[in-house]
Write a protein that binds this ligand. Structure first.
Ligand SMILES: [Zn+2]
Length: 224
């Protein structure tokens, strides 16, 4: 009986350390990539992502939430197995009477990458400050979802990221505020859906191996 109790205690302690310690380890990087300490910003590769044809063995139909409110949309552009021309959907919010716009996770998942420290020169004019920062994505977050899909939330407002690498996220949870950092011409969220073999949390911005057109999978009924 006593051994049984000890066993249960040990399992409890190990479970706790997995939940609370693993995310802490996940954030420790020997070098943080930032525009402040990158001598040669060519190290940050601009995206090179191919469009994937939808795989029948991968369940892409999830109960996706929309990642933000918006006033206009600029669509995903690309053909199967070619390099994408526009690798995600832009959710543009051009109403200047709305000072801040929340960006939310479309589904449950885990934060696997955060790029921050990218500046922006204004909110509604083309950004003129370090447009190449974060591999053109500016401040951005990547989330891994349970079915092996990844989502990316790009051009976020400086210092608005509210989550950490390793943190578990629920559908609809606020991640950051919409911004104009990186290669961006007005306040918008560039949202990508893709697959990746591995995302290194301690490396410069990284492309997905393939991207899908998110419009195929988002629930549009409350937007059109
Ligand atoms: Zn875009």
């Amino acid at each position: 009986m006593k051994i049984h109790l000890h066993f249960r205690l040990a399992v409890f302690v190990i479970s706790l350390s997995c939940i609370y310690v693993a995310p802490l380890f996940a954030q420790v990087c020997s070098q943080e990539y930032s525009h402040l300490n990158l001598e040669n910003h060519d190290k940050e590769y601009p995206p090179t992502q191919r469009v994937a044809h939808v795989r029948s063995d991968r369940n892409l139909i999830l109960d996706w939430a929309l990642p933000t409110e918006f006033t206009e949309i600029y669509p995903f552009l690309g053909q199967d197995y070619q390099l994408a021309e526009h690798e995600g959907i832009d959710f543009i919010h051009s109403n200047q009477l709305v000072p801040q716009v929340s960006v939310r996770s479309v589904a449950d998942g885990t934060v696997v990458y955060i790029r921050h420290d990218c500046p922006q020169s204004s909110l509604f004019e083309p950004n003129s400050s370090r447009r190449d920062c974060g591999g053109d994505w500016g401040n951005h977050i990547v989330i891994r979802h349970p079915n092996g899909l990844f989502t990316r939330y790009a051009h976020l407002y400086p210092d608005s990221i509210q989550v950490k690498v390793g943190q578990r996220i629920t559908r609809g949870q606020e991640l950051a505020k919409m911004g104009n950092s990186g290669r961006s011409d007005t306040r918008h969220l560039h949202f990508e859906l893709g697959v990746a073999i591995k995302i290194n949390p301690c490396a410069p911005a990284q492309s997905f191996h393939y991207v899908y057109n998110p419009a195929t999978y988002l629930q549009w009924h409350n937007t059109q």
